[in-house]
Design a protein. Structure first.
Length: 184
C-alpha cells in the first residue's frame, strides 16, 4: 500500500529505516519537545516523562518499518508515546474508577469571565489523581474522544466521561482554592 500522508521529513524517515544513526538523532531533535510534553501531561513527573519519551523513541526506531504513512509521522510517534505513558502508569497500578452510578449532566466547571494563570493551571493539573489527569490529558490535550479513551484504558465509555467530569470539577476546586481567578 502506498503512503497516503506526504511527510516533509520523509527522507529522514527513509534513512532511519536504513539504520542511519544520524537520521535517528535528527528525527529525535525534530520531535522530542512535543513528545516530552505529551508524556509529561500524562505521567505528571519530569524525570518519568523523560524516561517514557526515551523508551518511546527507541520503540519507534525499532518499529519504524511498520510506519506506513497513513498518518503523519508525528501522529504515529505520539501514539507510541501515549501508549508508553499508559504502560508506565499501569505499572504503577493506576486505578481508574469504574462508575456504576448515573453520570450527572456535564457542566462547564471553568468560569469563562476570569483570567487564569497558565502556570497555576499546569500545577493544578499535576495535583489531580493520576486517573483523572490521564483522562483529562487524553481528552482535552491529546484530542481523543471517549470511545478511544475507553478502548485505550480498558474502561467503559461512561467511566471515561465520569473521570473527565470529576477531573474538571476537581481542577476547578484546586483553582478556586488557590484563588487563581482574578475578577475583572
Amino acid at each position: 500500500m502506498e503512503a497516503v500522508y506526504k511527510n516533509i521529513h520523509q527522507d529522514v524517515i527513509d534513512r532511519c529505516r536504513a539504520g542511519k544513526r544520524e537520521a535517528q538523532y535528527q528525527l529525535y531533535k525534530l520531535y522530542y519537545k512535543s513528545m516530552y510534553s505529551t508524556s509529561l501531561r500524562m505521567v505528571g513527573n519530569a524525570e518519568d516523562a523523560e524516561d517514557v519519551m526515551q523508551e518511546a523513541f527507541l520503540s519507534a526506531f525499532k518499529k519504524i518499518d511498520t510506519y506506513k504513512g497513513e498518518v503523519s509521522f508525528g501522529a504515529w510517534l505520539k501514539k507510541i508515546v501515549v501508549n508508553r505513558s499508559l504502560d508506565y502508569l499501569k505499572k504503577r497500578k493506576v486505578v481508574f474508577e469504574e462508575i456504576n452510578e448515573r453520570i450527572i449532566e456535564e457542566e462547564n466547571p471553568m468560569m469563562d469571565t476570569h483570567e487564569i494563570d497558565i502556570a497555576k493551571i499546569k500545577k493544578a493539573i499535576n495535583q489531580l489523581p493520576e486517573g483523572y489527569r490521564v483522562v483529562l490529558s487524553l481528552y482535552l490535550l491529546e484530542g481523543y474522544d471517549h470511545d478511544e479513551i475507553s478502548e485505550i484504558l480498558g474502561i467503559s465509555n461512561s467511566s471515561s466521561r465520569s473521570q473527565l467530569l470529576r477531573a474538571k470539577l476537581k481542577l476547578r476546586d484546586y483553582l478556586v482554592k488557590d484563588e487563581v481567578f482574578s475578577i475583572n
